[in-house]
Ligand binder design. Structure first.
Ligand code: SAM
Ligand code: DTB
Ligand code: SF4
Length: 346
């Protein structure tokens, strides 16, 4: 990543709602050109960061997030699972590393971690870190002490999303506030960890709400290091199961504006890729997305198969050093696999 003074001056934290709305409303070609130009000043345009997700505690969450299959308020048929054993988590992390992940993200369906669970969670961080993987966790709200403990254990990133605009937030979640979320992010930052924070599109929000989410993220100082943009995965049983589908080009616009507003941050094309065409994902990368979740499962819902992503990367000439390094030795020529791996030998 380029870090020169000239470019650092471009990183602003005073974006107004009007400026963000105006960017969202640009003709698409102008918006994409601007986003891609910005992207190239900070990042290798053909390089995508790859993370793997694991649900370490699944379902029965006391919160009422309207999008979430893990909320105990809705009947989604999800089987609840207690906090995983530390060794089982480490085994999954080892497999993720072998298949090319650079960062291992662990998620728990909690409002916040209990003091009883913290020692296990801290042991997971230490163990995954010792494998040479970057670590990320998303465990709900934290207090200052918990943030400090996670930082001391070596946690690199904490994910806690703003999810939507401050105005629309109350339509989606009633069991905790937008301000609670900002407070957790503050503890995370003050404890010295990197912040991963983004939102979800396709929940019936307006263009104004999208501007509100982006403005809220881009006025954090410093910006989140990583900004996941999720497309709602509609899960039967949740209140948002039957909403109107999102215009794919509106999703691309949000990625592009996130790139312009937070030029030095990783923008992650996050949940919802299973429902996206290769062509839509290609547009997202052009708009400045440079990170994704790799592996067949998100937390509880499907993600594209690794082979589909490998083929996508090869089609686009995208370079993921970790995935290339993890490729198996190919002995038989003329197979589809060989062709693929040849294409990946950059
Ligand atoms: N319980 C913790 C919390 O909410 O902070 C951590 C896990 S929670 C599942 C992490 C994030 O996943 C949420 O903030 C939300 O942005 C995203 N998410 C959950 N369900 C989703 C869905 N159906 N579609 C897209 N994103 C979703
Ligand atoms: C984020 O923004 N997206 C990921 C991660 N952070 C934890 C989670 C997506 C979850 C999608 C629904 C599921 O699989 O349960
Ligand atoms: Fe619980 Fe997190 Fe799902 Fe909300 S998003 S219901 S806090 S697991």
């Amino acid at each position: 990543m380029m870090q020169s003074q000239e470019f650092q001056n471009e990183v602003r934290h005073d974006w107004s709602r009007e400026e963000v709305s105006a960017l969202l409303a640009l003709p698409l070609n102008d918006l994409l050109f601007r986003a891609q130009s910005t992207h190239r000043r900070y990042f290798d345009p053909n390089r995508v960061q790859v993370s793997t997700l694991l649900s370490i505690k699944t379902g029965a969450c006391p919160e009422d997030c309207a999008y979430c299959p893990q909320s105990a308020h809705y009947n989604t048929g999800l089987e609840r699972e207690r906090l995983m054993e530390v060794d089982a988590v480490l085994e999954k992390a080892r497999a993720a590393k072998a298949s090319g992940a650079e960062r291992f993200c662990m998620g728990a369906a909690w409002r916040s971690p209990s003091h009883r669970d913290m020692p296990y969670v801290l042991a997971m961080v230490r163990g995954v870190k010792a494998m040479g993987l970057e670590t990320c966790m998303t465990l709900g709200m934290l207090d200052a002490q918990q943030a400090g403990q996670l930082a001391d254990a070596g946690l690199d990133y904490y994910n806690h999303n703003l999810d939507t605009s401050p105005e629309y937030y109350g339509e989606i979640i009633t069991t905790r506030t937008f301000t609670d979320r900002l407070e957790t992010l503050d503890y995370v930052r003050k404890a010295g960890m990197k912040v991963c924070s983004g939102g979800i599109l396709g929940m019936g929000e307006s263009q104004k709400d999208r501007a509100g989410l982006l403005q809220s993220l881009a006025t954090l100082n410093p910006h989140p290091d990583s900004v996941p943009i999720n497309q709602l995965v509609r899960v039967p049983g949740t209140p948002l199961a039957d909403g109107e589908s999102l215009d794919p080009l509106d999703f691309v616009r949000v990625i592009a504006v996130a790139r312009i507003l937070m030029p030095a941050s990783y923008v992650r094309l996050s949940a919802g890729r299973e429902a996206m065409s290769d062509e839509m994902q290609a547009m997202c990368f052009f708009a400045g997305a440079n990170s994704l979740f790799y592996g067949e499962c998100l937390l509880t819902t499907p993600n594209p198969e690794a082979s589909r992503d490998q083929r996508l990367f090869a089609r686009l000439g995208i370079n993921s050093e970790a995935i290339a390094a993890a490729k198996p030795a190919v002995k038989t020529p003329n197979t589809e696999q060989t062709l693929f791996y040849n294409a990946m030998a950059f």
